[in-house]
Write a protein that binds this ligand. Structure first.
Ligand code: GUN
Length: 293
């Protein structure tokens, strides 16, 4: 069993991004600028956005956080998105999800200009990704691809099972893993809450990607000997042994699953850290006009 070390990889990637930004600065070029919009203080959004902004600072990228009260109207939010679209100094824009129920997330995503959509949530980017055209790919799936490739994990011809069909992770992941490229060329099964015989399907996976948001759901009996297991889950669960009173748990029961695997991501210290790196890589691409020129 080998750990897929998100901490180590993310440090390497951050150094690469920082070096590129230092070079841009040295040559008097435009410093990439990421804008994040945060509405209210729901769940862990606050923490996620703070850590995205901090990472920008670490690599020398410009960042702007725009906050709105939970009571903001959809029209006000859309107007702000349009303002960022029209500002040539701002290269990338993310609107942290979830949004309050009175705002349509789809409408917001569709208003972000595809060339600034560094989260890869705009239908144009999803469509282009599915066709294998240059596109912004959403951060978590892209971080997972980066992890597979930096550890030289073989994917061609393998059976990849994705558990969870979220628009942010499961769905794009399933599309990416079947593409005729590396990492890719897998036979993909996308499973969800209505899948029958889920344990059997998971047991047939060479690469198992768990992204369903249920702590410890994947148990040892669901994993094939020698599988590669990627855990996207990150949930707070009560833990009396911890000073804070809680522990962060993934979707995989790590203690019992890890010994069966060839490779596995830890939680925390796995996929989560890669996600932020992807966002910064995308912002750099946006600033350079690499996807849409
Ligand atoms: N909420 C959970 N994950 C994400 C993400 O990757 N991007 C945005 N904008 N919101 C999220």
């Amino acid at each position: 069993m080998q750990l897929l070390d998100g901490k180590l990889l993310s440090q390497q990637i951050k150094q690469e991004i920082a070096a590129e930004i230092a070079l841009i600065r040295q040559q008097g070029g435009k410093i990439p600028h990421l804008v994040a919009i945060l509405v209210g203080t729901m769940g862990r959004s606050e923490t996620y956005v703070a850590s995205k902004m901090k990472s920008c600072e670490e690599v020398g990228m410009t960042s702007t956080l725009i906050r709105f009260d939970e009571s903001v109207t959809e029209a006000e939010l859309l107007a702000k998105v349009q303002e960022v679209n029209d500002n040539p100094d701002m290269d990338g824009l993310i609107v942290q999800l979830p949004l309050p129920a009175h705002i349509s997330a789809d409408k917001v995503m569709e208003t972000i200009h595809p060339a600034k959509d560094v989260d890869g949530f705009h239908p144009t980017n999803i469509g282009r990704m599915a066709k294998g055209l240059p596109a912004f790919i959403s951060a978590t799936p892209q971080g997972i691809l980066e992890m597979l490739s930096r550890y030289n994990i073989e994917t061609a011809g393998k059976h990849c099972v994705v558990v969870g069909r979220s628009q942010i992770v499961g769905l794009p992941m399933s599309i990416l893993m079947q593409r005729n490229t590396y990492p890719g060329n897998c036979t993909v099964t996308l499973t969800h809450s209505r899948t029958q015989n889920l344990a059997d399907v998971c047991r047939s996976a060479d690469i198992l990607i768990a992204a369903l948001g249920r702590p410890g759901f994947i148990t040892a009996d669901m994993v094939k000997e020698g599988a590669v297991v990627i855990d996207v889950g990150l949930e707070k669960v009560p833990d009396a042994s911890k000073k804070s009173g809680f522990a962060l748990k993934g979707d995989v029961n790590f203690e019992e699953v890890a010994p069966k695997t060839d490779y596995i991501t830890p939680v925390p210290g796995g996929v989560g850290l890669m996600t932020i790196c992807s966002l910064m890589q995308n912002t750099l691409k946006a600033a350079k006009g690499e996807i849409y020129s």
